[in-house]
Design a protein around this ligand. Structure first.
Ligand code: UDP
Ligand code: MG
Length: 325
């Protein structure tokens, strides 16, 4: 009986050998892109001559994305899909996809074809040369406002300066990862996820390929300014203690300034000039200034505290509503 059962399982496993490549794509209201995306990927992946699968993660879409994923799975069994119970955001959606991926190398990309599928071939080549992580470096960028480009550029440079992991400049989440890297990422339970940082933290051999980032094929960006600020905060708090140290730096700076001020005040007193330093306004401004600095420092501590609270609650990262395949 038992032997029979295991034979059946083995047969089932045999009939579904794990593919060489998995492409993980988070989807949030991308009905305009999905079919074209599948076509382009099919063309590109055919050139590798290996087995591949596509994992689409429906991140609480409110359009017809879920139906399209179901349909793609019907016509092409290499397409699998999971539907999350609500919108969890890009980072969690990608994590959910990585949890499902069976490939030996896993590629993460956007559904909007801003990251051209053809670049995957170049990534695969690097992977075959022995690199565990091949990230896409954005060369030219089309269809993005100067504001987005400027803030993104400032963000990457700030992160580079204040964090202790070396996150390559101008890379997004478009990248290929070896199975080993994905397994390492899956073992990291953190809630406020900043995947680019986590991938850099893992280490191994990493390299980049420069590509031309096109404008969106359809729809519009899901990243509002608010979401980007949140994301930047997650990145900074997740990988740096610098903001916490800022309080001590400010403290030392202000203490030295006060010491100087004391000398100045004593000098003015001794030489009897009637100085504006003595007025009420001075006191008021100083107190308000110090009060604000203290509130900001409290806020910074609050940011870290809130994240510790998230970790301690240890809720599941996401819930799956339905699966296709
Ligand atoms: N996305 C998601 N959940 C979200 C927001 C975005 O799964 O809450 C997906 C989206 O469908 C797309 C990818 O994440 O495939 C990147 O989003 P977008 O293209 O809007 O970001 P941008 O390229 O403008 O930074
Ligand atoms: Mg995009």
């Amino acid at each position: 009986m038992i032997a029979e059962k295991y034979l059946k399982i083995a047969a089932a496993l045999d009939s579904e050998p794990s593919p060489t490549f998995t492409i993980v794509i988070p989807v949030h209201n991308e009905e305009g892109s999905l079919n074209e995306l599948h076509n382009r990927l099919e063309d590109v992946m055919a050139q590798t001559g290996e087995e591949w699968e596509l994992v689409l993660v429906d991140d609480g879409s409110t359009d017809h994305s879920a139906a399209l994923i179901a349909n793609l799975h019907e016509i092409d069994p290499r397409v699998r899909g999971i539907g999350l119970s609500r919108n969890y955001g890009f980072q969690v959606a990608v994590t959910a996809g990585l949890d499902q991926a069976k490939g030996k190398a896993i590629v993460v990309m956007d559904a909007d074809m801003q990251d051209p599928p053809e670049v995957i071939l170049e990534m695969i080549e690097r992977w075959r040369e022995g690199y565990e992580v091949v990230y896409g470096v954005r060369g030219q960028r089309d269809g993005e406002t100067w504001f987005k480009k400027a803030t993104a550029s400032a963000f990457y440079r700030l992160i580079q300066r204040i964090t202790n992991v070396n996150i390559p400049l101008d890379t997004g989440d478009f990248r290929l990862m070896d199975r080993r890297v994905v397994d390492a990422i899956k073992a990291m339970p953190e809630r406020n996820r900043f995947l680019r940082g986590m991938v850099s933290w893992v280490g191994y051999q990493q390299t980049g390929v420069v590509y031309h980032r096109h404008s969106r094929y359809a729809g519009e960006t899901k990243f509002t300014l608010r979401k980007m600020v949140r994301f930047a905060m997650d990145a900074i708090t997740g990988f740096s203690y610098f903001p916490l140290q800022l309080a001590s730096y400010l403290g030392f700076l202000l203490a030295s300034m006060s010491a100087l001020a004391i000398i100045v005040v004593i000098g003015l007193r001794l030489f009897g000039t009637d100085s504006p330093l003595m007025g009420q306004a001075t006191t008021l401004v100083t107190v308000l200034f110090l009060g604000s600095v203290q509130l900001i420092c409290l806020g910074i501590i609050g940011e870290y505290l809130g994240r510790i609270y998230d970790e301690v609650k240890a809720r599941p990262l996401y819930l799956i509503d339905q699966t296709w395949g």
